[in-house]
Design a protein around this ligand. Sequence first.
Ligand SMILES: Nc1ncnc2c1ncn2[C@@H]1O[C@H](COP(=O)(O)OP(=O)(O)OP(=O)(O)O)[C@@H](O)[C@H]1O
Ligand SMILES: [Mg+2]
Length: 279
Amino acid sequence: MPTATINRTETESVAPGATPLLDVKGVTLQYKTKKQIVTASYQVDFQVFPGDRFVLLGPSGCGKSTLLKGVGGFMSPVEGEINLNGKPVHAPGPDRMMVFQEFEQLLPWKTVLENVVFPMVTSGKYARAEAVDRAKRYLEKVNLTKFFDAYPHQLSGGMKQRASIARGMAMGPAILLMDEPFAALDALTRLKMQEELLELWEELRFTVLFVTHSIQEAVIIGSRILVLSPHPGQVRAELNAQQFNHANQDCAEFHALQQRIHDMLFAERIDAMGQHHGE
Ligand SMILES: Nc1ncnc2c1ncn2[C@@H]1O[C@H](COP(=O)(O)OP(=O)(O)OP(=O)(O)O)[C@@H](O)[C@H]1O
Ligand SMILES: [Mg+2]
């Protein structure tokens, strides 16, 4: 267990509403293996409001994916609580759709359309005819109209990601959970996918909890950013990034925020090393 709690040094992010959609309160998440207990995130607090593009940012191993698993209901906190719409999260549900870090997330033996239809029907949330309608609508939104009948192996990486996003969105979740969805893409495709996600957001104003370890991506994608310390992840700061996008990424304010986050993460690493040497 960590010896000291890092105080949240900066909380300037302005919550846009009074009632949070997602309320994460003092959450500690652990993995228990035969040999040891690994604390992945420690007493983490944050609130996500409807329409937020809320980013969890931090170095590899700081527990970002673990927090997402907690919100997804795949893992229970050992301390604290996670509430969605005022109700505690106990198990996975169609109100929280996950777009995973792993590259291959579509079923290879099903067409693109059937991949999107499948979870809507099997979850019992939509009847087949309505599910097909919704699937087509969302695939159109992500520019895959011509690929309804294609199989995943016939798509490029970026197209597979778009199909996965359409699949998540078509379920009509309360919140979309995205774990480094663009990490495996080349720089140009990644840029395009970021732009597409923001365009889709402009149109649909969904709520997304987005994980990344790229400062630049966090500033571009996020309306609010939670900066996490290295392992075990604790909240370092919560920042506003509402006004930043690709178009203004060369402006001084964008660079200043990037630098500030960089310094924050870097200082944390030195602190951690100092603590380590002092032990
Ligand atoms: N299944 C598991 N069993 C035991 N320990 C685990 C397991 N999964 C993750 N961990 C540990 O929990 C900590 C947090 O892992 P997590 O995957 O949440 O980090 P992350 O911030 O998502 O990192 P990355 O940016 O590399 O994806 C790490 O120390 C990791 O080794
Ligand atoms: Mg991860």
